[in-house]
Write a protein of this length. Structure first.
Length: 139
């Protein structure tokens, strides 16, 4: 891998994670494409060179990952030829991605979470006398 990115992560949905026809590497690649396509356009514009340098692999390996994902109808690719002679590839997630409503990771303040903050007052959904709310005193 290239640079160590602090706090960088990818999301792999269960539809992709538990697909036994995909290699582990193509699942991680899918998560990367999903992360990179979370902008307004919905496309991932990263080149083979970008992925080759990031994952320290050959272009043919990247092409195999793309082929696996296309065969499972998880992604679609589109080649755009510009007048200046350059070619641009766009990758679109067509299945297995996040719902439109949740294109970015959910905020910490989502309803019914189990984190506590002074603003929210924690998770107050448990009844007052619920045994699940008892605190352990011995280990």
């Amino acid at each position: 891998m290239s640079k160590n990115r602090k706090g960088y992560y990818v999301i792999i949905t269960d539809e992709v994670l538990f697909n036994h026809r995909l290699s582990a590497s193509s699942k991680i690649f899918f998560g990367e494409v999903l992360t990179l396509s979370s902008g307004k356009s919905g496309y991932c514009f990263a080149s083979n060179k970008y992925f080759r340098e990031k994952y320290n692999c050959s272009v043919s390996t990247i092409q195999n990952w793309i082929k696996e994902l296309k065969n499972e109808k998880l992604i679609a690719t589109k080649l755009i030829r510009h007048p200046n002679g350059k070619t641009e590839r766009r990758i679109k997630i067509i299945r297995g991605g996040l719902p439109k409503k949740h294109q970015v990771p959910p905020p910490r303040s989502w309803e019914n979470n189990n984190t506590r903050s002074k603003k929210q007052g924690g998770n107050n959904n448990l009844p007052k006398n619920d045994p699940k709310d008892d605190r352990l005193t011995d280990i």
